[in-house]
Design a protein around this ligand. Structure first.
Ligand code: PA5
Length: 446
């Protein structure tokens, strides 16, 4: 594989050529930490020690779920976004005419209307429900689990168990208890593999396999990128993920506050959402962090790009392309005179030309830009990109002196929602809610 990072426009405009050096000089300390955390088994997303076990567990399970026409995935955040990215990139048939299955439905919200539509229209007999939650206790996912369980029970009686798979922690949490209680099929999320770093485990790969995606290729691509770090952490200074981390930290240091993820591989558009969650939940801490802004070429050239080009000069950009040459139709010779220059060219030339044009325009307007150019746009390439970005995220967090693997701030909202619904173990949150709701309102109707 030869993917390429093009750096010539990265340190430009307000970002001095040497802006990454103070962070690069911390490579010894960071590589020692990497070695320590790998040895302690705390970075399984990187060295993937779970890979063999995953294979052993998943291969016998697949024949049990393949006969179903529909998979209904219940999960949220890191438990859903990887699966969606895989589906959109590598099994897009569901959005295309004359699709004959399989179908994957991802319920990653508590939208009464769309959940009702799913349960109202899917046939339980044709459906496997996959409930994904690392903690096994996320209210949004559990709420959907209870409703889906009732729905299956009503239609299938005791056979409901054959329609339910859980992906959760090996030993802890309500979902694990539930799987033991009812003898449900289950796969495990390894220790220390937090939601947003778990797409390349059963969390994302079970739905990928159901859709017929080459899930082993995703893992191979990730391993290609991770191996040098896993084998020799001292080589960190040579690894592109660390170079990206130094660049990102330099952006923050120089008061850039937004990081555009401009994806010019249209079928990979959902990777923008995956990346945004990875980056934001990992790095938005202690008043620090740069906001990720996913955008899709060429669609967003006609939307937010005006702001990128001529709004506040506070943005850096990760610009993603692929060198793949998709098979597509070309323009004939019978074009109107004023469009004749398109004659004989393949449709894909337009994407390539627009990517180049936008990249140049961004660079010209003062956006420090790193160009990630993938060799191809298959699963192996996607696995490589995901590993690169996950490692870069963790190293950026370490350079920021924050913990990129937790998400303490989002916990409060979850506790408050539980308290609001009557959960008993949140007296402090209950009091907080009462005080919040008692504050005088200032309403303006419209
Ligand atoms: O990235 C994360 O850690 C979170 O977004 C989680 O994936 C999300 O909160 C869901 O958690 P869980 O998988 O425990 O249900």
């Amino acid at each position: 594989m030869s993917h390429c990072i093009e750096w010539s426009r990265a340190y430009a405009h307000r970002l001095p050529k040497n802006a990454g050096e103070p962070f690069f000089s911390r490579r010894k300390e960071i590589s020692e930490r990497l070695a320590r955390e790998l040895a302690a088994g705390k970075l399984p997303f990187l060295d993937m020690p779970y890979r063999e076990k995953l294979r052993e567990d998943m291969l016998p399970l697949l024949p049990r779920i393949k006969p179903f026409r529909h998979m209904l995935l219940l999960g949220i955040g890191g438990s859903a976004l990887g699966a969606r990215a895989f589906q959109r990139a590598f099994a897009p048939g569901q959005d295309e005419p004359d699709h004959a299955g399989p179908w994957l439905w991802i319920a990653d919200n508590v939208c009464p209307g769309s959940f009702e539509a799913l349960l109202g229209k899917l046939r339980p007999a044709d459906t496997v429900v996959v409930c994904v939650s690392k903690s096994g206790g996320t209210i949004e996912t559990l709420a959907q689990y209870f409703l889906a369980k009732e729905w299956l029970l009503a239609a299938r009686g005791e056979r409901w168990r054959e329609h339910m798979v859980v992906v959760t922690d090996r030993t802890k949490g309500y979902l694990r208890e539930e799987s033991l209680r009812h003898g449900l099929l289950s796969l495990e999320v390894p220790n220390f593999l937090g939601g947003r770093y778990s797409a390349l485990s059963a969390v994302g790969l079970l739905p990928a396999a159901f859709l017929g995606i080459d899930w082993e290729a995703l893992l191979d691509g990730a391993r290609d990128v991770a191996l040098p770090l896993a084998r020799n952490p001292a080589s960190l200074g040579l690894h592109p993920s660390f170079a990206l981390a130094c660049w990102a930290k330099a952006l923050e240091e120089h008061h850039y506050s937004q990081l555009i993820f401009f994806c010019y591989i249209p079928s990979w558009a959902a990777y923008g959402l995956w990346f945004a969650q990875l980056w934001a939940e990992s790095l938005g801490k202690g008043g620090k962090g740069i906001m990720p802004v996913p955008a899709v070429g060429v669609t967003d050239q006609h939307s937010v790009n005006q702001m990128f080009l001529d709004g506040r000069r506070d943005k850096g950009c990760l610009f993603l392309t692929s060198r793949s040459r998709p098979r597509c139709r070309g323009f004939g010779e019978n074009l109107p005179e004023q469009w004749s220059w398109l004659a004989g060219k393949p449709f894909s030339d337009l994407l390539e030309a627009e990517a180049l044009g936008t990249r140049m325009a961004l660079a010209a307007s003062g956006v420090p830009l790193v160009h990630l150019d993938m060799e191809d746009d298959g699963p192996r390439d996607a696995g490589a990109l995901m590993m690169l970005l996950e490692a870069a995220t963790v190293f950026t967090g370490w350079l920021m002196d924050i913990n990129p693997l937790d998400q303490p701030a989002v916990e409060l909202g979850k506790r408050l929602a539980n308290a609001r619904l009557g959960a008993k173990s949140y007296p402090e949150e209950e009091a907080g809610l009462a005080a919040f709701l008692a504050e005088p309102r200032r309403e303006q109707m419209f």
